[in-house]
Design a protein around this ligand. Sequence first.
Ligand code: ZN
Length: 350
Amino acid sequence: MGILEFIQDFGTQEQCVAKLEGLKWKNEPVCSYCGSKKSTKRKNSIRHQCHSCNATFSVLVGTIMESTKLPLPKWFLAMFLILNAKKGISSLQLSRDLGINKNSAWYLQKRLRQAMNEDNQILKGLVEADESYVGGSLTNKHEKLKVDRSYNQSGMEHKIPVLGMIERKGKIIVKVLNKAWGNEIKPILKEIVTKDSELITDGFGGYKDLGKYFANHVVLNHTKKIRKIGVYHTNTIEGFWSMLKRAILGQYHKITLTHLQDYLNEIAFKYNYRNPETAFNTLLFNGLRKDLSFRRKSLCQGGVAPTTTLHPFCRKAGLIGFKGVSALLLLYLLGILVLSEQIHHVYQIN
Ligand SMILES: [Zn+2]
């Protein structure tokens, strides 16, 4: 879909709401707080009035777009622009394209990248795993991390290690590592890749002994130039690395550790959903799924009341207890009393 068609389809708030309602409710509104399907649409509003719990709700409740001040067409257009920029788009460029300030653009991009995070997925079958290093800036890095990363002698001191796992003909998941070693790599692989899978890696020591855990572990000794044994190779993940490096070189000159996982999520998401329409619908759907309304929901369903947010003073008072507060108040009053007595005394002398 070209940008003109896109704007024709999603240029107004109503069009965007209709699309979201279709995706979330299949056009049959469900109360976000009690799950009731009985509600009436409010006049001149995107909200619905629930007949069961009497709350009003819109399709945006519990989504990344909840309580947004930005019009929905801008959110939609941001998704379109991000998904269509093969090598990524900077938040500055996004702010110019959408006509919004750079802070809003940064926030928008951050939320959308969170919606692109699909690391709850499981990989199975033939799974290629490989570690790589991507360029990173040390400027915003915590002192401790700078020390931690200076471990290797391979000239990678300024690079950040990442682990990639890809299911043959399936999805990729990329994780930032603190250090490329077995203690960190193995738990990630065991969590993401199912036990009955066949794992394919190179001869790196970090993957040692994984054959005991997975159904099969094929080790390709790249130093001995063994790159392929039948269907077992790591070409897919290596292809992804070269794509990732081109993207990083092209767009993100300075990647700080804090945002690297978000960048990787974006690039992996685009790799996983190469059909633009599927990518767009998945991103919208992921954004809708982010459930932020759990507290009201649990209350509405007769659950435990959430802990209320206390004013900082009350929180402190809670910590020192009621007796503590009373004692402090008493001391305070005594102080005033003594002070006024002294002033009175001074005046009397004069
Ligand atoms: Zn309700």
